[in-house]
Design a protein around this ligand. Structure first.
Ligand SMILES: Cc1cc2nc3c(=O)[nH]c(=O)nc-3n(C[C@H](O)[C@H](O)[C@H](O)COP(=O)(O)O)c2cc1C
Length: 436
């Protein structure tokens, strides 16, 4: 029997991906934003619920260019303010012992030497529970904020290939058994085991000894979310797990097939592990759950949602009629997100309004609305039929979404032998491999 694996998506901001949830009187994320205990309680709950890990999504900058749009985004608290998840992880890790922690770090702005060192340090301090969501910053404003010019779509991935190679060499270049700590021989480190990295590429260089030993899980776990042709090649080459967005089961199944074909073409020995974004909305009855889903949609300000979605797909949607279909265009931003959004309804392209509202609530994830039993059934069906490895669960309100899932849905899946009852290992990598 295989297990369904789960990560919890979070953003270090007053909301996760559902806009305006901070206005809900039961929501605690805005008031808990800078409270270590708020985040620690979420971490403890997720570990009690058997989640593999937490996945912090992040982009660096406010993407809205137009001052009025930027003001609306800020006023709506739409992922604003947004803080650095790497600063938060140690707080959450300190109250847990098995839960993994993934955070997004861009290949833009941080030289690979610094990224590799920071990740290895955190991975050591958590006993091997860190994952890195590698992004290349598809939003141009991230590059503007860093004072850099944004390379075109495919070049970003070429740069990232070199970036990864440098990180691998730095991590592998300082194995743990180099730490001999032999007082008699006056030898702390066996220097013959440390390999200098001399990398000279088309885009990046690094000439250094690695200075941070690798962690109990070797390299940190790698997550990636490229969905275009070039993006999926990058993901299939580097990622231990791929985070993908498809709103419908048929598209999930097609994506798994495409990812497997891409991996096979690249000579990868195992199938990629795909985690689809999924947003459960649980209610005591189906009607109650549907009413909750509708209320969440009603609250989304359409102009803010259009500007948020526009930034992701690289199109200024403010110039579009919200009731006309969203069109396929060539974009230098996220082709994967654009493809997923265009496909979200199925037999026709969504209107700009439909796409923006779906984005404003679910951020491109599939939604499952119903009683705990119905949600568990649908999760199992999506998992069995699509062939995915698991789900990145997108909460609406926090912490109630986490609590509802852990207390009401997870026990049903556990009873069916589909969700873990205890962790097999102590590292993220070991637990990701857990089969029963
Ligand atoms: C499911 C999903 C999640 C993503 N999460 C982030 C994120 O947290 N931060 C970010 O900068 N980019 C994020 N991205 C953007 C991707 O990392 C990638 O840069 C972008 O989709 C462009 O690649 P593509 O055209 O190959 O899809 C995400 C994309 C997808 C599909």
């Amino acid at each position: 029997m295989s297990l369904i694996h789960f990560n919890q998506i979070l953003v270090f901001s007053p909301i996760t991906h559902t806009q305006m949830t901070w206005t809900d009187e039961t929501d605690r994320q805005a008031s808990g934003l800078v409270s270590p205990q708020y985040w620690q309680d979420i971490a403890k709950k997720l570990e009690a619920g058997g989640f593999d890990g937490v996945f912090f999504a992040d982009t660096l900058s406010l993407a809205d260019r137009d001052p009025a749009e930027a003001r609306r985004t800020m006023e709506a608290g739409a992922l604003f303010p947004r803080m650095d998840p790497f600063a938060l992880i140690p707080y959450m890790a300190s109250v847990t012992s098995h839960l993994g922690f993934g955070a997004t770090l861009s290949t833009a702005g941080t030289p690979p030497f610094l990224a590799a060192r920071r990740l290895a340090t955190l991975d050591n301090m958590t006993g091997g529970r860190v994952a890195w969501n590698v992004v290349t910053s598809h939003v141009k404003s991230d590059y503007d904020a860093l004072g850099l010019s944004q390379p075109d779509h495919d070049t970003r991935y070429d740069v990232a290939d070199e970036y990864m190679e440098i990180c691998y060499r730095l991590w592998d270049g300082f194995p743990r058994d180099a730490l001999v700590m032999d007082a008699e021989r006056r030898m702390f480190v066996d220097a013959t085991k440390i390999s200098r990295v001399e990398f000279s590429g088309k885009y990046l260089n690094c000439d250094a000894y690695p200075v941070t030993m690798c962690s109990p899980q070797g390299r940190p776990l790698i997550f990636q979310a490229g969905q275009s042709g070039r993006g999926l090649e990058f993901a299939a080459t580097h990622a231990d797990a791929i985070y993908a967005l498809q709103s419908r089961l048929a598209s999930m199944t097609a994506f798994v097939t495409r990812a497997r074909e891409t991996a096979a073409k690249l000579g990868q020995k195992r199938d990629p592990r795909i985690f689809f974004g999924l947003q459960p909305i649980v209610g005591g009855t189906e009607e109650e759950a549907r009413a909750r889903a509708e209320a969440l949609k009603q609250r989304v300000p359409i102009d803010v949602a259009m500007s948020r979605l526009g930034a992701m797909i690289g199109i200024d949607l403010s110039k579009h009629d919200p009731d006309k279909p969203l069109e396929e265009v060539s974009t230098e931003a996220s082709r994967g997100i654009l493809m997923a959004v265009l496909d979200s309804i199925g037999d026709r392209a969504p209107t700009v309004r439909e796409a923006a509202l779906h984005w404003g609530v679910a951020y491109g994830s599939g939604q499952i609305v119903g009683t705990p039993e119905q949600v568990a059934d649908e999760i199992e069906r999506h998992w069995r039929e699509s062939g995915c490895y698991g789900f990145n669960i997108s909460p609406t309100n926090n912490p109630s979404s986490v609590i509802d899932f852990v207390e009401e849905v997870a026990p049903i899946l556990r009873k069916r032998g589909l969700m873990r009852d205890g962790y097999a290992g102590t590292t993220y990598r070991q637990n990701l491999d857990q089969k029963s």
